[in-house]
Ligand binder design. Structure first.
Ligand SMILES: Nc1ncnc2c1ncn2[C@@H]1O[C@H](COP(=O)(O)OP(=O)(O)OP(=O)(O)O)[C@@H](O)[C@H]1O
Length: 363
């Protein structure tokens, strides 16, 4: 297919905008995700270790009639951290309050939330690494002693008024556990690291979502979508919805592998889950720079994107897939990248861009 072999280098520019294969939630996801969320640990697919460990933590707390320990969940966007926090609340028979680090700018914002919690309530704090420093310090005390000091007044006349809090369970979520200050990390009784999902696990997610959306899909159809979902349930669910649209409009509504691959060709998501931007980066690297090494800025100019877009939006998945390597001399394509785009590396093919070119583009 044209978009797969990338024959058109003039067409390299791509936008990062609302990507079908982006892991962050878009508006449509937010609306649909509530209906697709597993409601208990049993229904939650994959993440066996985290599930097993969490199951023990929650069962033990229930048996003691106590509030569960604070839980830290780390992992990439769309892997199920919010879902798991809701499951924790459901398993404990407790209400849940959802907020995020960036929404808490002042310690007072956090004090207001904490002081209105009910006993046993689960407080889900997404992007906990992005909280302000004063709020973070208030959280230390709240987590450990279920108490906060509210400062009233300013300057020498300021006084700290202690405020008792009901016991609660904090579930913190972060994409970067390493960014959390150790005193905060240490206050979690349990830390679960969420991994990317295996294709077979994503197939189960897709079958489950298809049932809930009342869509007919066969085993190979689900496998076809799973293979393009970049290890992420949110992306799997989103691709499923787009393929469902296609099946409905262009066929009889049933999702087969043929329908899935035709639908995703329309959306330019290839067999490995790369989209237009990912392929544009690889094509530039292979076709213009002989596979590298090439500097990030040069590569970004070649694809008509900002440096940051190439570095933060396209590269992480290409690196994870073993298609691109970041080296001190610049970006380098791997043999798998050549194979994926159906191109022959210059050394083997005797093309113009041989190894003698290495280092020329390292700026
Ligand atoms: N293990 C799973 N089994 C079934 N569905 C899942 C699983 N994990 C996630 N999902 C589905 O994927 C979607 C995204 O999950 P969720 O919102 O929990 O991700 P997240 O890690 O909190 O993402 P973010 O960090 O961007 O908020 C939801 O629709 C959810 O139902």
């Amino acid at each position: 297919m044209n978009w797969e072999d990338g024959s058109d280098t003039a067409d390299l520019s791509a936008t990062a905008g609302d990507r079908l294969v982006g892991a962050d939630a878009d508006g449509e996801d937010t609306a649909v995700e509530a209906a697709l969320r597993p409601k208990d640990l049993e229904e939650f697919v994959g993440q066996e270790k985290v599930r097993e460990q969490l199951d023990l933590v929650l069962r033990a707390a229930r048996a003691r009639g106590a509030t569960a320990d604070h839980v830290l969940l780390s992992g990439a966007p769309g892997l199920g951290k919010t879902t798991l926090s809701m499951i924790i609340a459901a398993e404990m028979g407790a209400p849940i309050r959802i907020t995020s680090g960036p929404a808490i700018q002042h310690a007072g914002d956090l004090a207001a939330i904490l002081s209105s919690l009910q006993e046993g309530e689960v407080l889900f704090l997404d992007e906990i690494h992005r909280m302000s420093r004063p709020a973070e310090e208030m959280l230390y005390m709240a987590m450990e002693d279920f108490r906060v000091d509210v400062i009233v007044g300013k300057g020498p006349g300021a006084t700290a008024i202690p405020l008792e809090l009901p016991p609660f369970t904090l579930v913190g979520a972060t994409t970067r556990a390493g960014l959390l200050p150790p005193p905060l990390r240490d206050r979690f009784g349990f830390t679960g690291h969420m991994e990317f999902y295996e294709p077979s696990e994503l197939e189960r997610v897709i079958h489950r979502s298809a049932r809930l959306l009342d869509v007919e899909i066969d085993t190979a159809g689900a496998a076809e979508i799973a293979g393009r979902s970049r290890g992420t349930p949110r992306i799997a669910n989103r691709l499923l919805r787009r393929v469902r649209d296609y099946a409905q409009v262009k066929a009889d509504g049933v999702i087969t592998p043929e329908i899935a691959s035709m639908a995703l060709a329309v959306y330019e998501v290839d067999a490995r889950g790369l989209d237009r931007l990912d392929r544009a980066v690889l094509q530039a690297l292979l076709k213009l720079f002989g596979g590298g090494p090439v500097g990030l800025s040069t590569l970004a100019v070649a694809v008509g994107e900002e440096r940051e877009t190439v570095e933060e939006v396209a590269e992480p998945f290409l690196v994870r897939e073993g298609l691109l390597a970041r080296t001190p001399r610049g970006r380098v394509a791997t043999p798998a990248a050549w194979a994926h785009l159906g191109l022959v590396p210059p050394q083997q093919g005797g093309g113009a861009a041989g190894s003698g070119q290495q280092g020329l583009f390292g700026a």
